[in-house]
Design a binder for this molecule. Sequence first.
Ligand code: ATP
Ligand code: MG
Length: 314
Amino acid sequence: MFAAPAGVSLIVGRPTIRGPSPPCFSEVFCTAFDLAARLYLEWPHSLRREPRNPTAPYMIVSIANQKGGVGKTTTAVNLAAALAMRGRKTLLIDLDPQANSTISFLEHGAVGRSTYEAIADATCSLADIILPATTPNLFIAPARIGLAKLEARLVGELDAHFKLKDKITQLGSEYAHIVIDCPPALGLLTVNALVASTHLLIPIQSSYFALEGTDDLLETIEKVRQRPNPALRILGVVITMHDKRTALARDIREQIQKVFGGKVFRTVIAKSVRLEESPAYKESIFTFAPGSSGATDYYSLCEEVIERVEARTA
Ligand code: ATP
Ligand code: MG
């Protein structure tokens, strides 16, 4: 656990739904003060400008939220594609045994060795497994279902949390941007991603249970920042699958904004059938449906991401 800053008392707890219907948002968002207090800890960091290391990637961003189906993979795939379209080499690392990022660009048969071997096997590097995607400048470190065995394989290894960081360090500055798609869990894979990253982007689905579990995620981030990676920054929270026509979605957006304040990206990712369809065609939204709202939203998110990273980097 971490210490509360002066003047801020922490009420640690999980949002719970109790009481009779109709549902009461103040109960769902009962940890608002707790979360705000945790984010308060971010501000001194955010005011400091970090020197750029010319021998490392410009940005290594984990897309993480232990809740399933909130838009992590859709965000990782399309943010990576948008970054690649800006003309700099971008690597998408698939750290989810479901391999959804991988199959968004590659056929199953195209994948040989995967992130499992690159992390677990000392003789296999990331460079050995990386494949080009259909988008220029975009490369993929693919996953396979076998990645689920990683935790058991690394039990007892003292540097288990640093495996991915070490392999990324070997790549030097070959890739300007690295995007890591995390699994829906806070286990060893996600911790490896957080230890290796300069930034974290949290997708939150515009749904009634939007903030449930967020306190566990923030606690994990705090633990990572206390020891293995004090430089990790929360880049922001992006609201996904938003349907602005419904009053519920508008209320949820307001509540997320109350809790996370300036951390919420101005860009909101709207619900879009085209975003659901594009993986089946092995394309990002930018080539599959360039005129769609999904393409506009993810392009705009990418611009904001670059803006935020540049604001903090000398
Ligand atoms: P998991 O936790 O299982 O890895 P995830 O957080 O990576 O899931 P996604 O796979 O990106 O979530 O999205 C879950 C589902 O929602 C997918 O079917 C995806 O196509 C769909 N989806 C994601 N974003 C949108 C959107 N903006 N509009 C419509 N559908 C979306
Ligand atoms: Mg996913």
